[in-house]
Design a protein around this ligand. Sequence first.
Ligand SMILES: NC(=O)c1ccc[n+]([C@@H]2O[C@H](COP(=O)([O-])OP(=O)(O)OC[C@H]3O[C@@H](n4cnc5c(N)ncnc54)[C@H](O)[C@@H]3O)[C@@H](O)[C@H]2O)c1
Length: 324
Amino acid sequence: MGSLAGRVAIITGAGQGIGREHALFFASEGAKVVVNDPGVAVDGSGGDSSLAQRVVDEIRAAGGEAVANTDSVADWQGAQRLIRSAVEAFGDLHVVVNNAGILRNELLLNMSEQEFDTVIAVHLKGTFAVSHWAALYWREQSRAHPQVDRAIVNTSSGSGLHNPLPTEVNYAAAKAGVAAMTIVAAIELQPYHVRVNCIAPSRARTRATVDLPGIGGATQDGQFDPFHPGNVSPVVAYLCMADCPFNGQVFSLHGGTVIRYHGWSLGEEIRSDQRWSIYDLTRAMQTLPNPDPLANLLSALGVLGPEAQEQMRHMIEASLTKER
Ligand SMILES: NC(=O)c1ccc[n+]([C@@H]2O[C@H](COP(=O)([O-])OP(=O)(O)OC[C@H]3O[C@@H](n4cnc5c(N)ncnc54)[C@H](O)[C@@H]3O)[C@@H](O)[C@H]2O)c1
C-alpha cells in the first residue's frame, strides 16, 4: 500500500515543473489528487486550461485517481472553489501543497507596482487564501473526526531566506512571508490536527530556472540528477503522511540533501537601562557586527575565495545600476 493511500491532496501549480512531479508522485503513492493549474506563463500572464487536465490524464493512465481545477490561487473565491472541488470529487481533503508560483524579476528601482503586487498575490495571498478555506473545512470536520491528520506544505525559496537575490524584492518578500506564515499557522491550527510545514526547493530544473548558470542539463540514464524537480516530491509526500511528526518546520531541499532552517533568531545585543542618547548609541552600535549583505549572498551561492568573490561582486554591482 502506498504511503499516501486514502489521502486526498490538492497540489497548486501542478501542471508542470515541481508541482507536476508532486502530483505524479502523490498519485503513485496512492493519494487522490486535485491538480490545480490555470496554465499561465512564468510571469503569470495568459492561461492554458488544458495543462492541468494533461497531468490528470497521465495519472489516470497509470491507474491513479485525479481531477483538474483551473482556478487561480490568488482569487479569493477561486481558492474556495478549489477546496470544494476536492471534497466534491473525493469526499474529503487531507493535504494542501501550496506550490503555485510566478516570477516578475526587476530591480527595486525599476519595479512597477503591478510587478510587485502580482507576485505577492500568487505566492503570499495565494498560500493564505487556499490555507484559509482548507482550514475552515478542517475545523468543521474536526468536530466529527477529531483524530484525522491534515497537512499543509507551503513552498518558500532560499531567495527569501538565506540567499536574497537582486531583482527579487517582490519574490523574496513573498517567500519570506510564506515561511513566517507557516510557523504561525502551525501553532494556530494544532487544535484541529492540522500540521503546517514549508519547503524551499533549491536549483530544481524547471522552465523558471532552466537559464540559471550551473543548473545543469539532464544526466545520462541511471545517473542521479541532483537538479531534477522530482527530487523534492518524496520529502513533500513524507511531510503529508498521516503519521509524520513534523510541524512548523522549514526545510531547504536540493538533490538528496534536506536541511532544516533555523530561521531568524536573536543575535548580538547592546543594552541601556534608559532611553539611548544618540552619542551613547553611536558608540554602542559600533560593537555590533555589520556584515556586508552582498558578501553573505556570495558565500550562500558558494562563490568562495577572494578573487572569485571580487569578480562576482563587480558583475553584480554593474547589473544593479541598469535603468529600465
Ligand atoms: N525551481 C526551483 O529551483 C525553485 C526554487 C525555489 C522555489 N521554487 C518554488 O517552487 C514552486 C514551483 O516552481 P517551478 O520552478 O516548478 O515553476 P513553474 O513555472 O515550472 O511552475 C509553476 C506553476 O504554477 C502555476 N501557477 C502560476 N500562477 C498560478 C496561480 N495564480 N494559481 C495556480 N497556479 C499558478 C503555473 O501555471 C505553473 O504551472 C514555486 O512556488 C517556486 O517559487 C522553485
